[in-house]
Design a protein around this ligand. Structure first.
Ligand SMILES: [Fe+2]
Ligand SMILES: [Fe+2]
Length: 211
C-alpha cells in the first residue's frame, strides 16, 4: 500500500467509481436479457453520483493538483496527461447527455421510437463505461507509478493535505453526510446479484463499516 494519502484516496475513489460504472452496464444488460424495462430510479441515482462526486471533485483534484506537479517534475507522461485532461474536460458533458437520454427514455416509453431510444442509450452507456474504465486504468498503470517515482516529499505534503479535504462517501473515508442517503439508496436498490455490496467487498474497500 502506498504511504501517500493522495494515492490511496485516488485508488479508493477509482474503486468506488469502477463499481458504479460496471453496475450500470450490468444492470442494463440484465434488464435487456430479462426483457424488462430498465430501472429508471437506480440508473438516475448512479448517473447522478458520477455527475456529482467524481466529476466535480475527483477529476478536479487530478487535473488541478496532481497533473501540474507531475508536469513540473517530468516530461515522461506529458502526452498521456494531456489526453487525461481532455477526458476530464469532456466527461461531465458526456454524463449530462446520458442523464438527458435516460430522462427521454422514461418520458417517452409509449413513443414509436422508444425501442430505438433505448438501444441508443444503452450503446452510449456501454461506450461511456468502457472509455471511463480505460481512463482509470491508464491513471493506475502510468500516472500513479510515475508520481511515486518523481514527486518530492514537499509535493506529497501539499497533495496529501489537499486530497484529504474531499473524500468519497462511497469509500467511507469520513464520508460527507450530505451524500450518505444517495449511496444508501444505490447500495440497497441494486437487484441481486448485481448489488454494489458484493462488488465493493470484492475490491476490499471499507464500505460495509458505515453503510
Ligand atoms: Fe482522471
Ligand atoms: Fe482518476
Amino acid at each position: 500500500m502506498s504511504p501517500h494519502s493522495t494515492i490511496r484516496i485516488i485508488q479508493d475513489e477509482h474503486g468506488a467509481l469502477s463499481a458504479v460504472l460496471r453496475s450500470i452496464s450490468l444492470l442494463l444488460s440484465e434488464c435487456r436479457r430479462r426483457k424488462i424495462p430498465p430501472d429508471f430510479a437506480i440508473l438516475r441515482a448512479m448517473l447522478f453520483y458520477i455527475d456529482e462526486f467524481p466529476e466535480k471533485v475527483h477529476h478536479t483534484k487530478e487535473s488541478r493538483l496532481l497533473f501540474p506537479l507531475l508536469r513540473e517534475r517530468s516530461v515522461e507522461a506529458a502526452e498521456v496527461l494531456d489526453r487525461l485532461d481532455r477526458d476530464h474536460a469532456g466527461s461531465e458533458q458526456a454524463v449530462r447527455v446520458l442523464e438527458h437520454e435516460l430522462l427521454g427514455l422514461e418520458m417517452m416509453t409509449e413513443a414509436r421510437d422508444a425501442d430505438a431510444r433505448r438501444e441508443h442509450f444503452e450503446a452510449s452507456v456501454h461506450r461511456y463505461v468502457a472509455a471511463y474504465l480505460e481512463h482509470i486504468d491508464c491513471e493506475e498503470r502510468i500516472v500513479l507509478p510515475l508520481a511515486e517515482r518523481v514527486l518530492t516529499p514537499g509535493d506529497w505534503a501539499e497533495l496529501d493535505a489537499a486530497f484529504m479535504e474531499n473524500r468519497d462517501p462511497l469509500t467511507h473515508r469520513e464520508p460527507d453526510d450530505d451524500f450518505r442517503p444517495l449511496f444508501k439508496r444505490i447500495l440497497m436498490t441494486m437487484p441481486s446479484p448485481l448489488g454494489l455490496g458484493p462488488a465493493m467487498e470484492a475490491m476490499r474497500t471499507s464500505y460495509p463499516r458505515g453503510a
